[in-house]
Design a protein around this ligand. Structure first.
Ligand SMILES: CC(C)(COP(=O)(O)OP(=O)(O)OC[C@H]1O[C@@H](n2cnc3c(N)ncnc32)[C@H](O)[C@@H]1OP(=O)(O)O)[C@@H](O)C(=O)NCCC(=O)NCCS
Length: 189
């Protein structure tokens, strides 16, 4: 859907509004703080995008640098996180359009892969596939296997398999996987 909906690169003027959208979308979860830290980190690549509806920012997604620890060498890859749609704008296709459009915008990037943790029912429709069957190891045993997903970009080559390594910020914010959750390995049995 794109009626009145425009996806574009975030600018410095958007940052406060974006932060409010992220905080509202995630409620009690401290994801706006995670985004602040990502912005200030060496993982930040300026790959931050907003969805505007009738001139108002209603959605945001950012992609930061991770690594794939492949046999041949470390490969810079992208991690999609966070994805946020303002509560009043949810269930109208904004998140889907934002992800689809930004993946198109990333097609010329040198990074060959985009990884994420998320609901397969949601991201599967947007082109993401389960990582483990394609030779990728998740960065934590606490990520349910089905939640660990990827999309290959045009620069992907077949030798690029291995373990995803997250940048420090995700660990500093304990924002990796699920804790004490039966769907994650290492959770209570
Ligand atoms: C998840 C989120 C980005 C989706 O944005 P959205 O604009 O509402 O999504 P879309 O309208 O494109 O798609 C909505 C559909 O996706 C599906 N969907 C949404 N969240 C889902 C989830 N967690 N699991 C499975 N399916 C989901 C539903 O089928 C939904 O259909 P419905 O509107 O009939 O209920 C938004 O709800 C959000 O910001 N949530 C809070 C933050 C969050 O959880 N971010 C994702 C972290 S991985």
């Amino acid at each position: 859907m794109d009626d009145g909906l425009n996806v574009r690169a975030e600018t410095a003027r958007d940052v406060d509004t974006t932060r409010a959208v992220v905080a509202a979308a995630f409620g009690d979860e401290p994801v706006a703080e995670l985004l602040d830290a990502l912005r200030a980190s060496s993982a930040w690549r300026g790959l931050s995008y907003v969805a505007e509806q009738d001139g108002r920012v209603v959605g945001h997604v950012s992609y930061t640098r991770g690594w794939l620890d492949a046999a041949r060498r470390l490969v810079e890859v992208l991690v999609l996180s966070p994805l946020s749609v303002a509560p009043e704008a949810q269930h109208a296709g904004v998140g889907s359009h934002l992800v689809r459009r930004t993946l198109e915008l990333l097609e010329n990037r040198p990074e060959p892969l985009v990884f994420l943790e998320g609901a397969p029912a949601y991201y599967g429709r947007l082109g993401f596939r389960p990582g483990v069957p394609s030779g990728f190891a998740p960065p934590s045993i606490r990520i349910p296997e089905a939640a660990f997903q990827f999309v290959a970009l045009p620069s992907y080559q077949a030798w690029m398999t291995g373990a995803l390594v997250y940048p420090d910020v995700f660990w500093e914010h304990d924002a990796v996987g699920l804790r004490d959750h039966p769907a994650a390995a290492g959770g209570p049995t």
